[in-house]
Design a protein around this ligand. Structure first.
Ligand SMILES: Nc1ncnc2c1ncn2[C@@H]1O[C@H](COP(=O)(O)OP(=O)(O)OP(=O)(O)O)[C@@H](O)[C@H]1O
Ligand SMILES: [Mg+2]
Length: 359
Protein backbone atom coordinates (compact mmCIF):
# COMPACT_ATOMS: atom_id res chain seq x y z
CA UNK A 1 0.00 0.00 0.00
CA UNK A 2 1.17 3.53 -0.69
CA UNK A 3 1.94 6.06 2.01
CA UNK A 4 -0.90 7.51 4.00
CA UNK A 5 -2.33 10.85 2.85
CA UNK A 6 -2.96 11.80 6.44
CA UNK A 7 -1.47 10.38 9.64
CA UNK A 8 -2.80 11.24 13.06
CA UNK A 9 -0.34 10.34 15.80
CA UNK A 10 -0.82 10.42 19.56
CA UNK A 11 -3.36 13.24 19.29
CA UNK A 12 -4.43 14.68 22.64
CA UNK A 13 -7.14 17.28 23.19
CA UNK A 14 -8.36 18.85 26.40
CA UNK A 15 -11.42 21.04 27.00
CA UNK A 16 -11.72 23.59 29.75
CA UNK A 17 -15.12 23.18 31.33
CA UNK A 18 -16.82 24.49 34.46
CA UNK A 19 -16.16 21.10 36.00
CA UNK A 20 -12.45 21.42 35.28
CA UNK A 21 -10.29 20.08 32.44
CA UNK A 22 -11.74 17.23 30.39
CA UNK A 23 -9.46 15.02 28.33
CA UNK A 24 -11.46 14.28 25.19
CA UNK A 25 -8.64 12.67 23.19
CA UNK A 26 -6.01 10.64 24.99
CA UNK A 27 -3.59 9.62 22.22
CA UNK A 28 -5.39 8.94 18.93
CA UNK A 29 -3.59 7.31 15.99
CA UNK A 30 -5.01 6.67 12.55
CA UNK A 31 -4.09 6.82 8.86
CA UNK A 32 -6.10 7.82 5.81
CA UNK A 33 -5.16 6.46 2.37
CA UNK A 34 -6.05 7.65 -1.14
CA UNK A 35 -9.00 5.79 -2.62
CA UNK A 36 -9.84 4.04 0.66
CA UNK A 37 -12.48 4.42 3.32
CA UNK A 38 -11.59 4.50 6.99
CA UNK A 39 -14.64 4.03 9.20
CA UNK A 40 -14.26 5.52 12.67
CA UNK A 41 -16.72 3.81 15.00
CA UNK A 42 -17.52 4.00 18.69
CA UNK A 43 -20.26 4.99 21.07
CA UNK A 44 -21.38 8.55 21.64
CA UNK A 45 -18.72 10.65 23.36
CA UNK A 46 -15.79 8.47 22.31
CA UNK A 47 -14.07 11.35 20.50
CA UNK A 48 -14.88 10.71 16.83
CA UNK A 49 -15.99 14.27 16.08
CA UNK A 50 -13.33 15.93 18.22
CA UNK A 51 -10.66 14.08 16.22
CA UNK A 52 -12.28 15.25 12.97
CA UNK A 53 -12.52 18.83 14.18
CA UNK A 54 -8.90 18.76 15.32
CA UNK A 55 -7.88 17.62 11.82
CA UNK A 56 -9.96 20.41 10.27
CA UNK A 57 -8.62 23.01 12.72
CA UNK A 58 -12.17 23.65 13.86
CA UNK A 59 -11.94 23.07 17.60
CA UNK A 60 -13.28 25.93 19.73
CA UNK A 61 -10.28 28.20 20.29
CA UNK A 62 -11.21 29.51 23.70
CA UNK A 63 -12.14 26.27 25.40
CA UNK A 64 -9.93 23.63 23.84
CA UNK A 65 -6.20 22.88 23.68
CA UNK A 66 -4.37 20.33 21.59
CA UNK A 67 -2.04 19.10 24.31
CA UNK A 68 0.01 16.74 22.17
CA UNK A 69 0.47 14.76 18.99
CA UNK A 70 0.85 15.36 15.28
CA UNK A 71 -1.46 15.53 12.26
CA UNK A 72 0.80 14.85 9.27
CA UNK A 73 -0.37 15.80 5.77
CA UNK A 74 2.11 15.61 2.89
CA UNK A 75 5.09 15.63 5.26
CA UNK A 76 3.89 18.66 7.24
CA UNK A 77 2.35 18.79 10.68
CA UNK A 78 -0.95 20.69 10.46
CA UNK A 79 -0.67 21.54 14.14
CA UNK A 80 2.44 23.64 13.58
CA UNK A 81 1.03 25.61 10.62
CA UNK A 82 -0.07 29.24 10.73
CA UNK A 83 -3.79 30.00 10.84
CA UNK A 84 -3.85 31.06 7.18
CA UNK A 85 -1.95 27.97 6.01
CA UNK A 86 -4.39 25.87 7.99
CA UNK A 87 -7.31 27.64 6.31
CA UNK A 88 -5.85 26.90 2.90
CA UNK A 89 -5.57 23.19 3.76
CA UNK A 90 -9.20 23.26 4.87
CA UNK A 91 -10.19 25.03 1.68
CA UNK A 92 -8.23 22.91 -0.75
CA UNK A 93 -7.12 19.55 0.61
CA UNK A 94 -9.49 18.37 3.34
CA UNK A 95 -13.25 18.90 3.40
CA UNK A 96 -15.88 17.82 5.88
CA UNK A 97 -19.56 16.91 5.59
CA UNK A 98 -21.39 17.58 8.83
CA UNK A 99 -24.23 15.57 10.33
CA UNK A 100 -26.96 18.17 10.36
CA UNK A 101 -27.41 19.60 6.88
CA UNK A 102 -30.02 22.16 7.91
CA UNK A 103 -27.79 23.89 10.44
CA UNK A 104 -24.70 23.58 8.21
CA UNK A 105 -26.42 25.51 5.40
CA UNK A 106 -27.26 29.20 5.42
CA UNK A 107 -31.07 29.42 5.14
CA UNK A 108 -31.09 32.76 3.30
CA UNK A 109 -28.63 31.95 0.51
CA UNK A 110 -29.39 29.88 -2.62
CA UNK A 111 -27.79 26.43 -2.50
CA UNK A 112 -25.90 26.97 -5.76
CA UNK A 113 -24.24 30.05 -4.29
CA UNK A 114 -23.26 28.12 -1.17
CA UNK A 115 -21.89 25.17 -3.15
CA UNK A 116 -19.59 27.30 -5.28
CA UNK A 117 -18.73 30.05 -2.76
CA UNK A 118 -15.34 28.64 -1.68
CA UNK A 119 -14.27 27.74 -5.21
CA UNK A 120 -15.44 31.13 -6.52
CA UNK A 121 -13.15 32.97 -4.13
CA UNK A 122 -10.17 30.69 -4.47
CA UNK A 123 -10.26 30.18 -8.21
CA UNK A 124 -11.59 33.68 -9.00
CA UNK A 125 -14.54 32.31 -10.96
CA UNK A 126 -17.01 34.77 -12.43
CA UNK A 127 -20.73 34.39 -11.69
CA UNK A 128 -21.50 32.33 -14.75
CA UNK A 129 -18.62 29.87 -14.17
CA UNK A 130 -19.52 29.57 -10.48
CA UNK A 131 -23.14 28.81 -11.35
CA UNK A 132 -22.06 26.19 -13.88
CA UNK A 133 -19.78 24.57 -11.30
CA UNK A 134 -22.69 24.39 -8.84
CA UNK A 135 -24.98 22.84 -11.47
CA UNK A 136 -22.33 20.26 -12.44
CA UNK A 137 -21.74 19.29 -8.82
CA UNK A 138 -25.48 19.08 -8.10
CA UNK A 139 -25.74 16.74 -11.10
CA UNK A 140 -22.84 14.65 -9.81
CA UNK A 141 -24.40 14.17 -6.39
CA UNK A 142 -27.72 13.16 -7.94
CA UNK A 143 -29.90 16.22 -7.39
CA UNK A 144 -32.54 16.10 -10.15
CA UNK A 145 -33.21 19.20 -12.31
CA UNK A 146 -30.01 20.79 -11.03
CA UNK A 147 -30.14 23.68 -13.52
CA UNK A 148 -33.62 24.66 -12.42
CA UNK A 149 -32.87 24.27 -8.70
CA UNK A 150 -29.48 25.92 -8.44
CA UNK A 151 -31.16 29.13 -7.19
CA UNK A 152 -33.44 27.38 -4.68
CA UNK A 153 -33.05 27.80 -0.90
CA UNK A 154 -32.22 25.00 1.58
CA UNK A 155 -35.77 24.76 2.97
CA UNK A 156 -37.00 23.84 -0.52
CA UNK A 157 -35.04 20.56 -0.39
CA UNK A 158 -35.75 17.31 1.46
CA UNK A 159 -33.33 16.12 4.17
CA UNK A 160 -31.64 13.66 1.81
CA UNK A 161 -31.26 16.30 -0.91
CA UNK A 162 -29.83 18.79 1.60
CA UNK A 163 -27.25 16.18 2.56
CA UNK A 164 -26.37 15.88 -1.13
CA UNK A 165 -25.99 19.67 -1.26
CA UNK A 166 -23.49 19.46 1.62
CA UNK A 167 -21.56 16.76 -0.21
CA UNK A 168 -21.51 18.94 -3.34
CA UNK A 169 -20.20 21.84 -1.23
CA UNK A 170 -17.37 19.66 0.03
CA UNK A 171 -16.56 18.36 -3.46
CA UNK A 172 -16.36 21.91 -4.85
CA UNK A 173 -13.01 22.09 -3.09
CA UNK A 174 -11.82 18.99 -4.96
CA UNK A 175 -10.41 17.61 -1.70
CA UNK A 176 -7.91 14.79 -1.33
CA UNK A 177 -9.59 13.82 1.92
CA UNK A 178 -13.28 13.94 2.76
CA UNK A 179 -14.40 13.54 6.36
CA UNK A 180 -18.08 12.63 6.67
CA UNK A 181 -19.28 12.93 10.28
CA UNK A 182 -22.43 10.85 10.72
CA UNK A 183 -23.67 11.99 7.30
CA UNK A 184 -26.79 9.84 7.35
CA UNK A 185 -28.02 9.65 10.94
CA UNK A 186 -30.98 11.98 10.40
CA UNK A 187 -32.17 10.15 7.26
CA UNK A 188 -34.41 7.15 6.70
CA UNK A 189 -32.85 3.81 5.83
CA UNK A 190 -33.35 3.99 2.05
CA UNK A 191 -31.93 7.49 1.73
CA UNK A 192 -29.14 6.53 4.13
CA UNK A 193 -28.09 3.71 1.79
CA UNK A 194 -28.22 6.06 -1.24
CA UNK A 195 -26.03 8.69 0.44
CA UNK A 196 -23.48 6.10 1.57
CA UNK A 197 -23.38 4.69 -1.95
CA UNK A 198 -22.91 8.19 -3.35
CA UNK A 199 -20.02 8.88 -0.97
CA UNK A 200 -18.21 5.64 -1.76
CA UNK A 201 -18.77 6.05 -5.54
CA UNK A 202 -17.39 9.60 -5.46
CA UNK A 203 -14.49 8.44 -3.34
CA UNK A 204 -13.60 5.75 -5.87
CA UNK A 205 -13.99 8.09 -8.88
CA UNK A 206 -11.86 10.82 -7.34
CA UNK A 207 -9.51 8.53 -5.41
CA UNK A 208 -10.20 10.53 -2.26
CA UNK A 209 -9.38 9.27 1.19
CA UNK A 210 -12.75 9.00 2.95
CA UNK A 211 -13.13 9.11 6.73
CA UNK A 212 -16.62 7.89 7.55
CA UNK A 213 -17.61 8.57 11.15
CA UNK A 214 -20.49 6.54 12.47
CA UNK A 215 -21.65 4.72 15.58
CA UNK A 216 -23.44 2.15 13.44
CA UNK A 217 -21.32 -0.97 12.85
CA UNK A 218 -23.92 -2.23 10.39
CA UNK A 219 -23.25 0.79 8.16
CA UNK A 220 -19.52 0.14 7.94
CA UNK A 221 -19.73 -3.54 6.97
CA UNK A 222 -20.18 -2.86 3.25
CA UNK A 223 -18.48 0.51 3.13
CA UNK A 224 -15.16 0.51 4.94
CA UNK A 225 -11.74 -0.71 3.88
CA UNK A 226 -10.27 -0.05 7.32
CA UNK A 227 -11.95 0.39 10.68
CA UNK A 228 -10.74 2.31 13.72
CA UNK A 229 -12.66 1.57 16.91
CA UNK A 230 -12.69 4.45 19.42
CA UNK A 231 -13.45 4.29 23.10
CA UNK A 232 -13.08 7.09 25.61
CA UNK A 233 -10.70 9.19 23.54
CA UNK A 234 -8.50 6.37 22.26
CA UNK A 235 -8.36 3.98 19.34
CA UNK A 236 -8.69 0.59 21.00
CA UNK A 237 -8.49 -1.49 17.85
CA UNK A 238 -7.77 -0.84 14.20
CA UNK A 239 -7.50 -3.03 11.15
CA UNK A 240 -8.96 -4.06 7.82
CA UNK A 241 -12.74 -4.40 7.67
CA UNK A 242 -12.49 -8.15 7.13
CA UNK A 243 -10.10 -8.68 10.05
CA UNK A 244 -12.18 -6.64 12.46
CA UNK A 245 -15.44 -8.36 11.51
CA UNK A 246 -13.95 -11.86 11.42
CA UNK A 247 -11.78 -11.80 14.51
CA UNK A 248 -12.19 -8.74 16.71
CA UNK A 249 -9.55 -8.80 19.42
CA UNK A 250 -10.76 -6.14 21.83
CA UNK A 251 -13.76 -6.94 24.03
CA UNK A 252 -15.24 -3.54 23.17
CA UNK A 253 -15.11 -4.29 19.44
CA UNK A 254 -16.63 -7.70 20.10
CA UNK A 255 -19.44 -6.08 22.05
CA UNK A 256 -20.11 -3.53 19.27
CA UNK A 257 -20.30 -6.33 16.71
CA UNK A 258 -22.60 -8.39 18.94
CA UNK A 259 -25.05 -5.52 19.05
CA UNK A 260 -25.57 -5.45 15.26
CA UNK A 261 -29.10 -6.69 14.46
CA UNK A 262 -29.07 -10.00 12.53
CA UNK A 263 -32.03 -11.61 10.73
CA UNK A 264 -31.35 -15.02 12.34
CA UNK A 265 -31.71 -13.45 15.79
CA UNK A 266 -35.18 -12.06 15.11
CA UNK A 267 -37.39 -12.22 18.17
CA UNK A 268 -34.45 -12.31 20.62
CA UNK A 269 -33.11 -9.36 22.59
CA UNK A 270 -29.91 -7.91 21.16
CA UNK A 271 -27.00 -8.08 23.58
CA UNK A 272 -26.34 -4.55 24.87
CA UNK A 273 -23.06 -3.30 26.31
CA UNK A 274 -23.76 -2.89 30.04
CA UNK A 275 -23.56 0.61 31.50
CA UNK A 276 -22.43 3.64 29.58
CA UNK A 277 -19.05 5.08 28.61
CA UNK A 278 -17.27 6.77 31.53
CA UNK A 279 -17.41 10.52 31.98
CA UNK A 280 -14.09 11.71 30.51
CA UNK A 281 -13.71 14.02 33.51
CA UNK A 282 -13.62 10.93 35.74
CA UNK A 283 -11.83 8.29 33.74
CA UNK A 284 -11.28 4.97 35.48
CA UNK A 285 -7.66 4.12 36.16
CA UNK A 286 -5.99 1.61 33.87
CA UNK A 287 -8.15 0.46 30.98
CA UNK A 288 -11.13 2.80 30.38
CA UNK A 289 -13.32 -0.08 29.25
CA UNK A 290 -12.66 -2.25 32.30
CA UNK A 291 -15.78 -1.08 34.18
CA UNK A 292 -17.96 -2.59 31.45
CA UNK A 293 -15.73 -5.41 30.30
CA UNK A 294 -16.79 -9.00 30.97
CA UNK A 295 -13.14 -10.05 30.74
CA UNK A 296 -11.66 -7.47 33.10
CA UNK A 297 -9.20 -8.76 35.66
CA UNK A 298 -6.98 -7.36 38.36
CA UNK A 299 -4.25 -5.93 36.13
CA UNK A 300 -6.77 -3.88 34.11
CA UNK A 301 -7.28 -1.63 37.16
CA UNK A 302 -3.70 -0.45 37.26
CA UNK A 303 -2.29 -0.86 33.81
CA UNK A 304 -3.43 1.25 30.90
CA UNK A 305 -3.89 -0.89 27.82
CA UNK A 306 -0.77 -1.22 25.73
CA UNK A 307 -1.55 -1.22 22.05
CA UNK A 308 0.74 -2.93 19.62
CA UNK A 309 1.00 -3.52 15.94
CA UNK A 310 0.13 -7.18 15.76
CA UNK A 311 2.54 -7.97 12.96
CA UNK A 312 5.26 -5.95 14.60
CA UNK A 313 7.22 -7.62 17.39
CA UNK A 314 7.61 -4.34 19.23
CA UNK A 315 5.13 -3.96 22.03
CA UNK A 316 4.47 -0.45 23.14
CA UNK A 317 3.90 2.72 21.17
CA UNK A 318 2.63 2.55 17.60
CA UNK A 319 5.35 3.43 15.11
CA UNK A 320 6.01 7.14 14.69
CA UNK A 321 4.65 8.81 11.56
CA UNK A 322 8.00 8.66 9.80
CA UNK A 323 8.07 4.86 9.92
CA UNK A 324 6.22 2.67 7.44
CA UNK A 325 2.55 2.37 8.24
CA UNK A 326 0.93 -1.05 8.34
CA UNK A 327 -0.49 -2.51 5.15
CA UNK A 328 -4.18 -3.25 4.75
CA UNK A 329 -4.94 -6.41 6.62
CA UNK A 330 -2.42 -5.72 9.34
CA UNK A 331 -3.98 -4.83 12.59
CA UNK A 332 -3.32 -2.36 15.31
CA UNK A 333 -4.74 -4.00 18.34
CA UNK A 334 -5.53 -4.22 21.23
CA UNK A 335 -5.14 -4.31 24.93
CA UNK A 336 -2.36 -6.86 25.36
CA UNK A 337 -3.98 -7.91 28.60
CA UNK A 338 -7.26 -8.58 26.82
CA UNK A 339 -5.53 -10.46 24.05
CA UNK A 340 -3.79 -12.64 26.58
CA UNK A 341 -6.76 -13.05 28.89
CA UNK A 342 -8.71 -16.26 28.79
CA UNK A 343 -12.34 -15.87 27.71
CA UNK A 344 -13.55 -16.84 31.18
CA UNK A 345 -11.73 -13.89 32.65
CA UNK A 346 -8.71 -15.77 33.99
CA UNK A 347 -5.95 -13.59 32.64
CA UNK A 348 -2.44 -14.75 31.99
CA UNK A 349 -1.01 -11.42 33.06
CA UNK A 350 -1.30 -9.44 36.21
CA UNK A 351 -2.79 -11.94 38.62
CA UNK A 352 -6.22 -13.23 39.44
CA UNK A 353 -9.43 -12.59 37.58
CA UNK A 354 -12.00 -10.22 38.95
CA UNK A 355 -14.61 -12.34 37.27
CA UNK A 356 -17.13 -11.81 34.52
CA UNK A 357 -19.52 -8.89 34.47
CA UNK A 358 -19.03 -5.20 34.88
CA UNK A 359 -17.91 -3.56 38.03
N1 LIG B 1 -16.89 21.99 23.20
C1 LIG B 1 -16.72 21.05 24.10
N2 LIG B 1 -16.54 21.35 25.41
C2 LIG B 1 -16.35 20.39 26.34
N3 LIG B 1 -16.32 19.07 26.06
C3 LIG B 1 -16.50 18.70 24.79
C4 LIG B 1 -16.71 19.65 23.74
N4 LIG B 1 -16.86 18.99 22.55
C5 LIG B 1 -16.74 17.67 22.88
N5 LIG B 1 -16.52 17.50 24.19
C6 LIG B 1 -16.35 16.23 24.89
O1 LIG B 1 -15.40 15.45 24.20
C7 LIG B 1 -15.77 14.09 24.20
C8 LIG B 1 -15.80 13.54 22.78
O2 LIG B 1 -16.86 14.17 22.09
P1 LIG B 1 -17.19 13.88 20.56
O3 LIG B 1 -18.14 14.94 20.12
O4 LIG B 1 -15.94 13.76 19.79
O5 LIG B 1 -17.90 12.48 20.64
P2 LIG B 1 -18.42 11.58 19.42
O6 LIG B 1 -17.66 10.29 19.47
O7 LIG B 1 -18.38 12.37 18.17
O8 LIG B 1 -19.92 11.29 19.89
P3 LIG B 1 -21.29 11.28 19.01
O9 LIG B 1 -21.39 9.88 18.43
O10 LIG B 1 -22.35 11.51 20.03
O11 LIG B 1 -21.23 12.36 17.98
C9 LIG B 1 -17.13 14.00 24.90
O12 LIG B 1 -16.93 13.61 26.23
C10 LIG B 1 -17.63 15.41 24.84
O13 LIG B 1 -18.44 15.70 25.96
MG1 LIG C 1 -19.84 13.18 16.92
Amino acid sequence: MTDALLSVRDLRVQFRTRRGPVTALDGVDYDVYAGRTLAVVGESGSGKSVTARAIMGLLPRRTSTVTGGRIMLGGRDLLSMSKSARQAVRGERIAMVFQDALSALNPVLPVGFQISEGARKRRHLDRRAARQLAVDLMDQVGIPAAKARVGAFPHEFSGGMRQRVLIAMALAQDPEILIADEPTTALDVTIQAQILRLLTDLQAQRQMGLVLITHDMGVVANTADEIAVMYCGRIVEQGSCGAIFESPAHPYTQALLDSIPRPELRGTLLPAIPGSPPDPAHRPSGCSFRTRCPRAFAACVDEPPVVRWLEDPRVGQPPPAAEPVPAAGQRLSACHLCVRAEPNGAGTAGGGAIGGGAR
